[in-house]
Design a binder for this molecule. Structure first.
Ligand SMILES: [Zn+2]
Ligand SMILES: [Zn+2]
Length: 352
């Protein structure tokens, strides 16, 4: 069986097409034929090989354990085409969503079922080979989820953009029904956050984005109001829209200016959850935290049980209204270039 993959061989250089024999699954491994692979913004950082951390400094990802050559792609749905001798729970022909957030299985985080916070992660498409390929090996069938009545293209983005938005929203769930939630950044994950917020009971979702096209898309996805984050009075606009300040803000951009905006617009006792990995730095007067009783926290993808909850929610209430466009696998480089240039509304999914 021939396999074709697109790999990062050197950070920042064009992806290389590689061809070879598809691996034979060993032990508990499951081999999938990739049917759909979502293109995520975080792949741009993996490809570049670093995150900006402010002051001209960078966090180098090869130092953090990423090994090249790497096939990226962590939002994958595939058809089971072979299983290892010890694999149980799936059979050839099953169509499954792969949870990419696979840990070591042994550390404290893994033991409390938060493999997404593992200290020795094996995430598919990040620390091990992912789905920008015709085939994908998953180490164990327990990482595979039935997608019910969803199509592979619809289900794939739930593995990262979906569960990332869902897990962030869960951190402010207590106030969703009573207070407006502010969502900064209406890219792929932010749009998912807007749509899921409504499905999880939010009455008012205020989208903040600097791009008028993305504000318009946010309103279609379920936002009740859209504010220009680049406006000089953006803080006042958010305060006005929330009746004095934001109780809950999710920042799906995560740049210095967006986190500053989120903190400035928060009300006393408010929460700011930073999700986006755009990069940058903030300077925060320390008395703000106690005096304004602020909660500033991060959220990173989601756990196995959060992905299960999300799939149940989507099967019950329908899919979030996020536009999905499909492109062939061989266009992965142009799909990533479009994402970098800000030309993508919603999510691009590679197929075949
Ligand atoms: Zn992602
Ligand atoms: Zn672990």
């Amino acid at each position: 069986m021939r396999m074709r993959s697109y790999q990062v061989c050197q950070c920042g250089s064009p992806l290389q097409r590689s061809e070879g024999e598809a691996p034979t699954p060993q032990g508990t491994q499951v081999l999938l034929k990739v049917l759909a692979a979502g293109v995520c913004h975080s792949d741009l950082h993996i490809w570049d090989g670093y995150y900006e951390i402010g002051g001209g400094k960078q966090l180098n990802l090869v130092d953090r354990g990423i090994k090249l050559p790497l096939t990226m792609g962590h939002e994958n749905v595939g058809e089971v085409i072979a299983v290892g001798p010890e694999a149980t729970g799936v059979k050839v022909g099953d169509i499954r969503l792969a949870n990419p957030w696979i840990g070591c299985g042994e550390c404290a985080a893994c033991r409390r079922n938060e493999e997404n916070l593992c200290v020795k992660p094996r995430f598919l498409g990040v620390f091990s080979q992912g789905g920008y390929s015709t085939h994908l090996v998953v180490p164990h069938a327990r990482h595979l989820f039935d997608i019910g009545s969803l199509s592979p293209q619809q289900a794939a983005p739930l593995a990262c953009s979906g569960v990332t938005a869902y897990a962030a929203l869960k951190k402010v769930q207590a106030t969703l029904a009573t207070d407006p939630v502010v969502v900064i950044g209406a890219g792929g994950v932010g749009m998912m956050g807007i749509a899921l917020a409504r499905m999880m009971g939010a009455q008012q979702v205020i989208a903040v984005d600097i791009d008028p096209l993305k504000r318009e898309a946010a309103l279609k996805a379920g936002a009740t109001l859209a504010i220009d984050g680049g406006a000089s009075d953006a803080v006042a606009l958010i305060q006005q829209a929330t009746g004095g300040g934001s109780v809950a803000t999710l920042d799906f951009v995560g740049s210095g200016p967006t986190v500053d905006l989120a903190i400035a617009a928060a009300i006393k006792g408010g929460s700011v959850v930073v999700v986006g990995l755009y990069g940058g730095a903030i300077t925060l007067p320390t008395p703000y935290l106690p005096m304004r009783a602020l909660t500033l926290r991060g959220s990173y993808v989601g756990s196995h049980s959060e992905l299960a909850e999300l799939l149940a929610l989507v099967n019950q209430q329908g899919l979030p209204a996020v536009p999905i466009s499909t492109r062939p696998l061989d266009e992965v480089s142009t799909a990533l270039a479009d994402l970098r240039a800000g030309r993508v509304i919603g999510r691009v999914v590679l197929a075949g």
